[in-house]
Design a binder for this molecule. Structure first.
Ligand code: FES
Length: 70
């Protein structure tokens, strides 16, 4: 079963775009200064980042997935 995770693209430390970073397992690394986040809950896993990124709930819907925005 495939699991989807959705987060904001913007790094909370600066101008980094996380979609241009590097992902391994559940950790995404910003390519600007190497800060890391857990894509499951947005928590910081490596400095220099201090603030978590926003994550969104993903709901399977027929052959698509729906992202719940709050
Ligand atoms: S801008 Fe992402 S770690 Fe600095």
């Amino acid at each position: 079963m495939t699991t989807f995770y959705v987060t904001d693209d913007a790094c909370t430390h600066g101008p980094g775009s996380l979609s241009e970073g590097f992902q391994e397992d559940h950790i995404i690394e910003c390519d600007f200064h190497g800060g890391c986040f857990d894509i499951r809950d947005g928590q910081v896993t490596a400095p220099p980042c201090m603030e978590p990124i926003k994550t969104y709930k993903v709901v399977p819907h027929d052959t698509a997935v729906v992202i719940e925005s709050t």
